[in-house]
Design a protein around this ligand. Structure first.
Ligand code: IPM
Ligand code: MN
Length: 371
């Protein structure tokens, strides 16, 4: 029996998560385990009616789970940033989910916009740092002179600093990125282990030629960590260049480790080359705590409740969840069943089909039951 927390969230979140649950339950039936789901009402609706984003009580309850299955956040009635920072990022930070694992893999039968590339060419994993960098949420806007006090509270450390700003510009804004030695070390070590289990190649992403302090530290830590992995082939890539290589030569990548913000950007590109956002999944992982699995796309409010959204990214995230809780065979079966669904053209409109969200979930669940 595995207990899993469920946060459907906003927009299409609840309906795609329901399909994911259907498929994971089928995997449980076939591979001999039960999933005890516990649903949490967290998202825009609750925020609009009670003003609550993520409460102490939510955190208390969620901390009893090893895995959270998460749909999406974002709602047109709420200004951008409120739900994203107040729920999604708050969960990632609170549970110290310092790894954001994003497989970029072209499945058989899925078209890629990259001419001449096949599933053999597009199969790598992005390991995105998930708690630091420009995501620490430190910044300000001002006219004239002002003093700012900032605090960053993490499991690893507390950082507190003040800034006295005097300026005669009409208005300025600043945002601070922070990387810590231990924050970089732990995610780079994880990426090394990951590469060891794959094709033994690791690429580090940064912009150390311009942002010399933050990414200078990142590079230094990378060099130190990989020196303990002589079996790996390693390289550095600047973030601008890697976007070019993802398009031109995706086959050269195996594991790519990246600071948070660049990871956000390059994984949307990764999603496109693997067939679109409808297929891209991610895991927010704390190896010794509460992890969270989600599609990397947003809540697509326009399509809410229409039963047309593609549930495959969420189902793929479910496969990552199963793997994380030790159900490796079931996880692989879910991916195979997705493959069948694609081969049999049981796909939603974004993938050129005419199936509804629930048809796709039903079909993949049936394929999983067959084994
Ligand atoms: C993602 C999303 C989030 C991010 C947003 C919604 C905060 O774009 O998971 O990639 O920037 O990390
Ligand atoms: Mn993103």
């Amino acid at each position: 029996m595995h207990r899993v927390a469920v946060i459907g969230g906003d927009g299409i979140g609840p309906e795609i998560i329901a399909e994911g649950q259907k498929v994971l339950d089928a995997a449980g039936e076939r591979y001999g385990f039960d999933i005890g789901w516990e649903t949490f009402d967290i998202g825009a609706d609750r925020y609009l009616s009670t003003g609550q984003l993520l409460t102490e009580e939510d955190i208390q309850e969620l901390s009893r789970f090893r895995a959270i299955y998460f749909g999406a956040v974002g709602d047109e009635r709420v200004s951008p940033g409120i739900l994203e920072k107040g729920i999604l990022l708050a969960l990632r930070f609170h549970f110290d989910q310092y790894i954001n694992l994003r497989p970029v893999r072209l499945l058989e039968g899925v078209p890629t916009p990259l001419a001449g590339k096949t599933p053999r060419d597009i199969d790598f994993v992005v390991v995105r740092e998930n708690t630091e960098d420009f995501y620490v949420g430190v910044g300000g806007r001002m006219k004239g002179s002002k003093r700012f006090e900032h605090q960053i509270v993490r499991n690893l450390y507390h950082v507190r600093f003040g800034l006295d700003i005097e300026s005669d510009a009409e208005e300025i804004a600043y945002q601070i990125g922070l990387i810590s030695r231990e924050g970089a070390r732990r995610v780079i070590s994880y990426a090394c282990e990951c590469a060891r289990e794959r094709r033994k190649k690791l690429t580090s992403v940064d912009k150390a030629n311009v942002l010399t302090d933050v990414y200078g530290l990142w590079r230094e830590v990378f060099s130190g960590v990989v020196s303990r992995y002589p079996d790996l082939t390693t390289e550095f890539a600047y973030v601008d260049a890697i976007t070019m290589w993802f398009v031109k030569n995706p086959e050269v990548f195996d594991v790519v480790v990246t600071p948070n913000m660049f990871g956000d950007i390059i994984t949307d590109l990764g999603a496109m080359i693997q067939g679109g956002l409808g297929l891209a999944a991610g895991g927010n992982i704390n190896p010794s705590g509460t992890s969270m699995f989600e599609p990397i796309h947003g809540s697509a409010p326009k399509y809410k409740g229409m039963n047309t959204a593609n549930p495959m990214a969420t189902i793929w995230a479910g496969a990552l969840l199963l793997r994380h809780i030790g159900e490796k065979e079931a996880s692989e079966a879910v991916l195979r069943a997705m493959g069948r669904s694609i081969a049999d053209r049981v796909v939603t409109r974004d993938m050129g089909g005419s199936c509804r969200t629930s048809d796709v979930g039903d079909y993949i669940a049936a394929m999983v039951r067959k084994g």
